[in-house]
Design a protein around this ligand. Sequence first.
Ligand code: SDX
Length: 443
Amino acid sequence: MQDHATLHYDDKSISLPIVTGTEGERGLDISRLRAETGLITLDDGYANTGSCQSSISYIDGERGILRYRGIPIEQLAEHSSFIEAAELLIFGDLPSPEERQIFRDLLTENSSLHRDMRKLFDGFPSVAHPMAMLSAVINALQAYDLPQISIEDEESFRRAAALLMSKIRTIAAASYKAHLGQQFVHPRYDLSYAENLLHMMFTQPYKEYEPTPEAQHALNMFLVLHADHEQNCSTSTVRMVASGGANLYASVSAGVCALWGPKHGGANMAVVGMLEHIRDTGMPVQQYLARAKDKSSGERLMGFGHRVYRNFDPRAKVLKQAADDLLDRMHITDPLLDLARQVEEAALADDYFAERKLYPNVDFYSGIILRALGIPVDMFTVMFAIGRTPGWIAHWKEVTDQAAGRIHRPRQIYVGPELTNWQPKAERRSRFGWFGRRSSGQG
Ligand code: SDX
């Protein structure tokens, strides 16, 4: 197999090296392209562009494979706690019992928020979306968590990773309570990570919330399955911000903002909204699919399709079974689960989706699980963010470790106005009619 590719352009030709990854995936190293040919590449949405070499997670989109540090997601979903999976992603291998205890103690010691941070929530109206509070308060952590993180010092980084993992959970629960106008609930030191999150969200002054084993298991699995996913939109955002030398909290706060969109982490909310719309309108499933296939409708089949997977998202398979099991064990029947199954079956039998290799992704069934746990839709993407935090921390460190790493700064092809001179006010055309004329080609 060739270790280079040759590009011929005008009277020039350039030999570009091929980089080969652990699993044999190959990339064209174009780092010398512009210097030697004056050309750059153009790749809408980076669908064909690798931004880095990374050792954190691996996806084979054609075969529906996802591994964290080489371990298949199915094994981690079955055997690992969320924190064990988090330590695997952040530190590179499964923790020993001693390492597990050290990290557990750090999570406990760092689970509360500084008293003054509570004022940050008061600054938001009760209608504020929890994702807005989450990104803002995470960013504020930098002001409360000093001294600066020294990633050369293993203990300093371990503490910062535990602090962020623990506090994002407390901030999320506090965002929920602030949204409801209820008192914040302190973390308990005898509960697991997932149990504590449910406790801080649902305990009331008059009634302690006792997480059931199945609720704890389902939320733990949800978090494991969301913990990392290569260079997705929000993780690439964290890496971009980290490449400028920004601190961990600012970088993860930017990742939270990127995750919010309905094409990305906001899809879990959009899936439930879509299923409720189909249910409430009584619209036949085929009619909704027709709208999702009609580009002019502006609708898509939420929870379906993926930039990388051209097969089933392995997480969707695990979550579909977990949703089934959870509802059975909790003796819940959720008509949306039945409807989700109908939609999935109809879409998989439809040429439009089959031809484009559009399959259920991680978001298609995750909302069913969160609903069964009593988590409101507005908190779905917050749950995704909590799950993705270890991945974001691992990627921040991978960028920050590369001291000689270059700041991420893509090029562009400019298609704006040609050279234009400044005009005195009297000579300028009115902006009011201008845009209409311009967009209808009269400009
Ligand atoms: C996540 O990247 C990650 O790893 C993300 C994630 C993670 O863990 O971080 O996996 C989490 O974000 C999962 C994706 C959640 N989003 C959704 O479920 C929203 C619905 N899906 C789509 O918007 C879409 O599939 C994307 C955004 C997920 C992927 O978009 P791409 O890769 O840019 O694909 P595309 O828009 O170029 O689509 C290719 C074709 C187009 O049709 P044609 O132009 O070829 O005729 O497929 C069509 C699209 O119109 N298409 C869909 C569709 N998804 C793609 N048509 C209807 N419904 C859909 N859901």
